[in-house]
Design a binder for this molecule. Structure first.
Ligand code: ATP
Length: 361
């Protein structure tokens, strides 16, 4: 089932939580809403769910498979939810939790006891919890409880699955496992899924499409590679992982140009060369401050000579050894990919004669 949100406007009192937000999610896709706290992610999800309504149901609209559901209450939208603070019923077994929605149906619509039992077994197997139906929530791990919550949401065969920080309360290892599991699972059942997260790694790893929100608006929509490689704003580039910032130097022949261009370079796009290296025409010099070796990469903190701007480079371990890096050593630095804002240009190299410049690549 495809989902469309059109010109969604939502205010709480005088506070604007969503400002003209439009979004299209194609059928069967897994989409993440990513953004800092307070950016409006949960509000948008709740409006899609029918737990909250836009300021006006005439100018703002929500369509499911082309049908207007803007004013349709949650119970009639065919939506399954999982929220961060999953509320499983503590006094009910796992199986009873999963069957809760089915058992609550009016008698005419309710499947037979056997059919419900079969459905619960099927769901338990789907979320890889076969045989745990008789346990109580207190006898499960956090990750297992999350999967029960998901099974419960799926019991009613929703056409849309909405997850609000589904793995928020879990530790890093379990989160990672569940993430992979959710990806495979979603591919298997192909239910249109939207999940909220403020964890960029989670969004980039899981989603077909990432929707980046900031200040009640959508800043960028795209597949993970696109938003990472071609961010449209300084906000997006800074939000999606570590990045170095440099103020671009003014060209000497334009002394009146007070432009505040900022260059962004990801640490893995910073290459280090021996100081005397002539390989690259465009290079600036920097002094090594610290080296933190972790796994296959070393994180090198440097200080640019002259301006003392600090920055980071991510260098493969082998390269660290070749260069024989030590704190205090001076190296030549080459940037592979650079982005310049406010114009958002993509640059091959922005360094000329030791100066950072707005040189189109
Ligand atoms: P988080 O990651 O912290 O959950 P979020 O991006 O999901 O943040 P929302 O929960 O959508 O953000 O909230 C957006 C803004 O709207 C926040 O400033 C919040 O305080 C405000 N807000 C949300 N719900 C209400 C409400 N019922 N009454 C008043 N203000 C609200």
């Amino acid at each position: 089932m495809s989902i469309q949100a059109i010109h969604i406007q939502k205010t709480f009192g005088t506070y604007r939580a969503l400002d003209n937000v439009s979004l299209e999610v194609p059928d069967g896709k897994l989409v993440s809403l990513l953004g800092p706290s307070g950016s409006g992610k949960t509000t948008l999800l709740r409006i899609l769910a029918g737990l909250e309504f836009p300021d006006s149901v005439e100018t703002s609209r929500v369509l499911f498979h082309g049908q207007d559901v803007t004013a349709t209450p949650a119970g009639k939208r065919g939506v399954g939810f999982v929220f961060q603070h999953y509320a499983l019923f503590k006094h009910m077994t796992v199986a009873a939790n999963i069957a809760f929605g089915l058992n609550a149906l009016p008698r005419r619509e309710r499947p037979s006891r056997d059919a419900i039992q079969a459905r619960v077994a099927e769901l338990l197997s789907l979320v890889h919890l076969d045989g745990l139906g008789k346990r109580y929530p207190s006898e499960l791990s956090g990750g297992q409880r999350q999967r029960v919550a998901l099974a419960r949401a799926l019991a009613m065969k929703p056409k849309v699955l909405l997850l609000d920080e589904p793995f928020g309360a879990l530790d890093a290892k379990v989160r990672k496992d569940l993430r992979r599991w959710l990806r495979t699972f979603q591919e298997e059942i192909q239910v249109t899924t939207i999940f909220v997260t403020h964890d960029q790694e989670e969004a980039l790893e899981l989603a077909d499409e990432v929707v980046i929100m900031n200040n009640a608006r959508i800043e960028q929509v795209g597949d993970p590679q696109a938003v990472y490689d071609r961010p449209v704003s300084p906000f997006v580039i800074e939000f999606l992982g570590n990045v170095n910032r440099f103020v671009a130097g003014m060209r000497s022949n334009q002394p009146t140009d007070q432009s505040k261009d900022v260059l962004y370079v990801r640490p893995h796009d910073v290459e280090l060369e021996p100081e005397e290296s002539e390989t690259h025409q465009y290079a600036l010099k920097a002094k090594v401050q610290h080296i933190l070796s972790a796994g296959n990469y070393g994180r090198v903190t440097l200080e640019r000579l002259g301006t003392h701007e600090p920055f980071e480079a991510e260098v493969p371990r082998e390269r660290l050894r070749e260069l024989d890096l030590q704190p205090g050593k001076v190296v030549s630095v080459v940037f592979r990919h650079v982005r310049l804002f406010p114009k958002g240009e993509f640059l091959e190299s922005a360094v000329k004669d030791g100066q950072l410049e707005a040189v189109a690549g």
